[in-house]
Design a protein around this ligand. Sequence first.
Ligand SMILES: *Cc1c(COP(=O)(O)O)cnc(C)c1O
Length: 409
Amino acid sequence: MSAPTDITSNPIDPSLAIQKEHLMPITPRPAICFVEGKGDYLYDQSGKAYLDLVQGWAVNTLGHSPTVIQQALLEQSAQLINPGPAFFNKPMINLAATLCSHSVFDQVFFANSGAEANEGAIKLARKWGQLHKSGAFKIITFQQGFHGRTLATMSATGKDTFAPLFEPKVDGFIKVPFNQLDATEQAIDKQTVAIMLELIQGEAGVIPADPDFVKGVEALCKKHNLLLIIDEVQTGIARTGSLFAYEQFQIQPDIMTLGKGLGGGVPISALLAKKHACCFEYGDQGGTFNGNPLMCASANAVLSTVLSPEFLPHINSVSEYFQQQLHTLSVTFGLGEVRGKGLLLALDTPHHSAPLIVQKALALGVLLNAPRENTLRFMPALNISHAEIDLGLACLTRILNDTQQAASC
Ligand SMILES: *Cc1c(COP(=O)(O)O)cnc(C)c1O
C-alpha cells in the first residue's frame, strides 16, 4: 500500500476510528480532535468551541496561540532553531539570566519536560551527596506527591497507583505523609541527602502545604545539612499568583524545578540551583534538545508578559473572584471545600462524581479537570477574564441544577 501523497491534508474521520488505531492508548481520549486554539477557546474538527479551563494541564500560561508566542516562534525559527546543546545561544543565555535575576537561584539547566527537570534535580542532589555528604543518596518525598513519569520520578512520586508499576523502582525515595513535620524528621538518616516537595500538590487534588510545615522542612534541611528541592513544575511561572510559589512561603530552596507554564505551551523545563548546590561536572548531565533557542524564545516571551507590572495583580484579582464564586456554588449546591492559590484552584464535590461532571461539561463545551473522584481542578490561562470565568461557572451551575432535578424526580 502506498502512503497518502499529502498527509497534512488527510481528512479527519469524524469518528476518529481509523487514525486512533496507530496511537498507543495511554489515556481515555474523547472522540474529538482539536484543530485550533485562540486564547481561552479550543475548536474541534466540526468547528465547535470549547472554553478551556485546563489549558493543556496548566501549560498555556497566556492561553492558546497568544500573539507574543507566535511572534517569538516565528522570528526565532527564521533566525536559528537549534545549534545543538554544546553551544551557547542567545535565547538560552537570556532566559537563564531572567530566571536567576527573579529568583534566589544562581544557575539553570534547561530540559524538555517536568519529569526531566526533576530527574536532573535528583541527579544533582545525588552528586552533591557523593561530593559533600559521604555518598548520601536518599531523598525524602511525600505521599500523594507527583514528580513525573520517568522511572526515577515515578519512584519519587507518592501516588498509590504507581507503587506496583514497572518494578523494580529506583531505590532511595522515602515517602512520608504530607504536612507532617515529625514524620519527616524521623525519616532522616545518615544516607539522606535531600527533601523534595510540591508547595501545592497539584495532581493530588490541589493540596496546599502548611506554611509552618514548609518553614519546618527548611529548618530540618539546615539542621541536617540536606538540600531542599521544591518541585514548582505546576506552581511556577505565576500560576499561584507570585512568580514562584516559594516566595509566598518565605523560604529559600536550594533547588527548584519548572516545567508546564514556562514555555506557554511548548516543551521546555528548567532545573535551577543555588551556587553551593551546582556541582555537575562535564559529562554528568545533558540532552540533545536542551536549551534550544526555539523553546527558550517562547519561554522568554512568556516571562516578559508575566513580568509586566499589571500581570500578577490581574491573576490575584481574578483568583479572588473565582474563589468567591466557587464558594457561592459550593454553598448553593452543598458541595465541599474550595482550595488553592492564584489560578490553581479546586472544588470538592463530595456527593458528585467529578469525572462525570467533566464529561458533561465537555458535551456543553467547557473543559474541566478532575484530579480525584470528588475534586474538580481549575487551571485556566493566567490572563483569563471575569467574563470567561462566569461562563465556566454558568456551565457548572447548569450541570449541578440538572443533577439536582434528576435526583428529585
Ligand atoms: C506535571 C508535573 C510533573 C511532570 O511534568 P511532565 O512535563 O509531565 O514530565 C512533575 N511535577 C509536578 C508537580 C507536575 O505537576
